[in-house]
Design a protein around this ligand. Structure first.
Ligand code: SF4
Length: 458
């Protein structure tokens, strides 16, 4: 068994990471850039980095992910990649005709110290950026942070380069989601649409990385926030950041750059967090809660009550990204489950710890950052065994080693489908998550029950 030798005894580590519970910053930056219409992500580094980032997203979404690279070789690695990227701008605008090139850096270009704002200014002065086209850049060195910080940095760059305050305030509300699935972004739009709220959402990867198969190749799928929408976000009356870790910097910058007041709330996962989101839209968007939302809420509450005897007291351990973890912990607690462990490779800070403890109590073990890795998560589980694990595909080795059922949540999920199309956010997402939890727990009861105790009706 692959992870059989993970020891139970936990030794304090200050430097070593074993099987990180995160991936690298550019993956998140690339994903955020895909949520802008006719925007082509560009990786400023070696071809290997870009190939890895694209393949991580392609394997998770089962869709081709378009991105370009500065293709560093030995020369660029020593002298810097300015010549490479200047040539790349000409080639990309000629061959692929994007409206926007969103450049993110890599470990290599950051270590060399390439000055991207200066390089972009040089490209503009040398007419390598055609009229009406834009190049933006985000710093995403992967020797720190994670895919979540890379996502946050690219979203902040979208605000920095595009958001404008024209002095004429509009009634629109900006919605900035943390690193979540396209299905989750679609669910957030479904809630706002059904209440008739005027909103701008960015980035928006729905209809980009979960598009239909219709036999036609589109270099730029129809989804994504438009440049004009992001520009107009500077005139909106309010910004709602959905998930603190992934949105804080962008929300703060919109406030300081364009004087758009802001609120940061949790991702709407579970009943209470979705209620909070709906209520904020109701108050700030001067809207009413519609019958269909009440129906969706009622169905989720109904299943929570009906099936409580199967979830109550069940022990769960979770690993993933901080903003999603807060939502998952909340829904597990709403189902009466006991949360044992919460581990994230993305550093989340004291507010995250406080929130998890408020939801799950003082006994829960919380660790975030570089040493909060899969090895440590496995050790925790060996010391206190949960009934189920919530986490990404990499948890399957731990689940197999310990014969604990795994529900795949978060990023990446390489070995199952569905996450692109079915949300975890909103009341409908809560219902889906609850169904997955119940199916998993009840399958285990069926598997382990002695023959005479197998129940037809549960
Ligand atoms: S960790 Fe650094 S070197 Fe490795 S793929 Fe990511 S950006 Fe490239």
């Amino acid at each position: 068994m692959l992870l059989r030798h993970t020891p139970e005894t936990i030794a304090e580590r200050s430097a070593l990471t074993i099987n990180p519970a995160k991936t690298c910053q550019p993956v998140g930056a690339m994903y955020a850039a895909l949520g802008v219409h006719k925007c082509l992500p560009h990786s400023h580094g070696s071809q290997g980095c870009c190939a890895y980032h694209r393949s991580a997203l392609t394997r998770h979404y089962k869709e081709p992910v378009m991105a370009t690279t500065s293709s560093f070789t030995e020369g660029a690695s020593v002298f810097g990649g300015q010549a490479n990227i200047l040539e790349a701008f000409t080639n990309i605008f000629t061959l692929y005709e994007p409206d926007i090139i969103a450049v993110h850096t890599t470990c290599l270009s950051e270590t060399i110290g390439d000055d991207l704002p200066q390089i972009i200014n040089k490209a503009i002065s040398e007419n390598k950026v055609p009229p009406g086209k834009t190049v933006i850049a985000a710093s995403t060195p992967s020797f720190k942070g994670s895919h979540v910080t890379g996502y946050a940095n690219m979203v902040t760059a979208l605000v920095k380069y595009f958001a404008k305050n024209t002095g004429k305030k509009t009634e629109a509300i900006n919605l900035i989601p943390s690193f979540i699935e396209p299905s989750d972004m679609a669910e957030i739009k479904h809630i706002a649409d059904s209440m008739g709220v005027k909103y701008i959402i960015f980035p928006d990867t729905s209809d980009v990385v979960n598009g239909p198969m219709d036999g036609k190749f589109r270099m730029y799928p129809k989804g994504g926030a438009t440049k004009e929408e992001i520009e107009a976000s500077g005139d909106s009356r309010l910004t709602i950041g959905l998930g603190r870790t992934g949105t804080l910097d962008a929300v703060k910058l919109l406030d300081t750059q364009c004087k758009v007041k802001s609120e940061i709330i949790d991702l709407p996962i579970g009943v209470a967090a979705t209620d909070a989101f709906v209520d904020m839209l109701r108050v700030e968007g001067n809207a009413s809660v519609t019958e269909n939302l009440l129906l969706e809420r009622g169905q989720l509450v109904d299943v929570l009550c009906d099936m409580n005897q199967y979830t109550y007291g069940k022990k769960v351990s979770l690993t993933g990204d901080p903003d999603i973890l807060v939502g998952l912990v909340r829904l597990c607690r709403e189902a009466g489950m006991e949360v044992l462990h919460v581990v994230s490779g993305t550093k989340a800070g004291p507010k995250f710890d406080r929130k998890i403890r408020e939801l799950a109590g003082d006994k829960v073990v919380i660790k975030t950052g570089a040493q909060a890795d899969m090895f440590y998560f496995h050790q925790l589980l060996k010391n206190e065994r949960p009934d189920i694990i919530l986490g990404n595909t990499y948890c399957k080795y731990i689940a197999r080693d310990m014969d604990i059922p795994l529900i795949r949540t978060g990023f990446p999920i390489y070995d199952r489908v569905g996450h692109s199309y079915f949300p975890l956010t909103g009341y409908r997402g809560g219902l889906r998550l609850l169904e997955k939890i119940l199916d998993t727990l009840m399958d285990r009861i069926d598997r382990d029950a002695p023959e005479e105790k197998v129940e037809l009706v549960m």
